[in-house]
Design a protein around this ligand. Structure first.
Ligand code: PLP
Length: 448
């Protein structure tokens, strides 16, 4: 064996031994931290080290274990997870029922042959047809949010024969070339231009802007294939539109023969207090995109689900759109268990109740510390806190991190900080978050 292969083999054996350990001793912990920092510097991206330095009180904090609503770093420091992987952990970290389904499936078959009919794909598609609103019927499974958007865009083109799209400023739909064309943040788009042609971005929450865009496109002979939006903008800063926005957009789409693609990658699976956010507004999209929490916080799986007509060409030729790993048995097992937990434990309802409690308490803090916090908004457990400026938001995120609460604030934009904990978060954990938030606000207010 060549030198480099023997070295690689020795290294792989060392890491596998680490993975197999329940607990590490202090020397091993120290070694893991040092090796992780060095590996990131040399082989992942040294930029992450600078980024961590700026957002955390301990940039060498290396995550190691998780469960329920918390995770611990390699030294055993526990964090209440209010970032929730930007909305992955709706049923909690490593939910036992999801793990059980995955282990059971793994013991029998992990991936599929790619040729025979695989039963779990069928069962999961059926379950989706049962729980999604209206007449959504067919599901295509993918591995991520961005792939669900790619599929939705392709299918909208295929079904309508049109190729123009209306998207919204502040919208986030992923970073592969197609979804990035719908995503509206310049910093992500600029280095990769030109993106797909035919995208118009209009302000979010403004139904008149949708009407004008659809009318102008028609006048120009550039009929719109689909309007794509998030029912509540997540990455855009938890922007909740007026109540009549989605119903109006739905009517406009029907009027102009455009499809409505709802990106519920972040709002789906109970996050906002209903299984799907569009149910708050009694709106049925033509294509519904899901990912993130869809795999129960254990496996990566996404999907787009749609009405029957949209599938016509794919029925004529089922391999017109395909993916090797999408809808594999282990991921489907996780997604089925996830739906089971969400329904059995009534987690959408729990998100509505917990969200009302947490948001109420945070609003109370905003009223008491107006020099720090301007506003609290959201639906269910998709909550945004708006701070006076970036620096203050960043100081709050940092203060919370030091107190064992992880929130979604970054150096690039910390004016709005997101709170998206597991829907299973307990009252005691929410009270701890509220207390630590107050301590942090006191600390930050004292510096102003
Ligand atoms: N759509 C929305 C609304 C998202 O929030 C995200 C990710 O944050 C995506 C799409 C992209 O998902 P992924 O990162 O799995 O590609």
């Amino acid at each position: 064996m060549s030198d480099k292969y023997s070295k690689a083999l020795e290294h792989a054996r060392y890491v596998l031994d680490l993975i197999a350990r329940e607990e590490l001793d202090d020397a091993q912990r120290k070694q893991v931290v040092e090796e992780t920092v060095s590996n990131f510097r040399e082989h992942v991206n040294p930029g992450f080290l600078e980024y961590r330095k700026s957002v955390s009180t301990d940039y060498t904090s290396v995550e190691w274990k998780d469960g329920g609503s918390t995770f611990t770093d390699v030294w055993g420091k526990e964090f209440i997870d209010c970032l929730g992987g930007f909305g992955i952990y709706n049923v909690g970290h490593r939910n036992p029922k999801v793990l059980e389904a995955v282990f059971n499936q793994l013991r029998r078959q992990a991936l599929h042959s790619q040729e025979l009919l695989d039963p779990l794909r069928g069962y999961l598609a059926h379950l989706l047809a049962l729980i999604t609103p209206g007449d959504l019927k067919y599901a295509f499974f993918v591995n991520s949010g961005t792939e669900s958007i790619e599929g939705a865009l392709k299918f909208a083109r295929m079904a309508t024969g049109r190729w123009h799209f209306v998207a919204t400023t502040g919208g986030f739909h992923g970073k592969s070339l197609g979804s990035l064309s719908a995503t509206a943040k310049g910093v992500f788009r600029k280095p990769f231009q030109p993106l797909l042609p035919g995208f118009t971005h209009i302000p979010f929450g403004d139904a008149d802007a949708v009407a004008k865009a659809l009318e102008a496109a028609k006048f120009l002979g550039q009929d719109v294939a689909a309007v794509i939006l998030e029912p509540i903008q997540g990455e855009g800063g938890i922007i909740v539109p007026p109540d009549d926005y989605l119903p109006k957009v739905r009517d406009l789409c029907s009027q102009y023969g455009a499809l409505l693609i709802l990106d519920e990658v972040q709002t789906g699976m109970g996050r906002t207090g209903k299984m799907f956010c569009c149910e708050h507004y009694n709106v049925v999209p033509d294509i519904l995109c899901l990912a993130k929490a869809f795999g129960g916080g254990v496996m990566p799986i996404g999907t787009f689900v749609s009405r029957a007509e949209i599938w016509e060409k794919l029925i004529e030729n089922p391999i017109l759109h395909s993916t090797t790993f999408g809808g594999n048995p282990v991921c489907c097992a996780a997604a089925i268990a996830n739906i089971n937990v969400l329904l059995e434990e009534k987690l959408p309802e729990r998100a509505a109740e917990s969200g009302a409690y947490l948001m109420g308490a945070l609003k109370d803090l905003a009223a008491r510390y107006p020099q720090v916090m301007l506003e609290v908004r959201g639906k269910g457990l998709m909550i945004g806190m708006e701070f006076v400026n970036n620096d203050i938001g960043y100081a709050v995120a940092k203060g919370l991190f030091a107190r064992g609460v992880l929130v979604a604030g970054t150096y690039i934009n910390s004016k709005t900080i997101r709170i998206e904990p597991p829907l299973t978060i307990s009252r005691e954990q929410m009270d701890a978050v509220i207390q630590r938030m107050e301590d942090t606000l006191v600390e930050v207010a004292a510096t102003l």
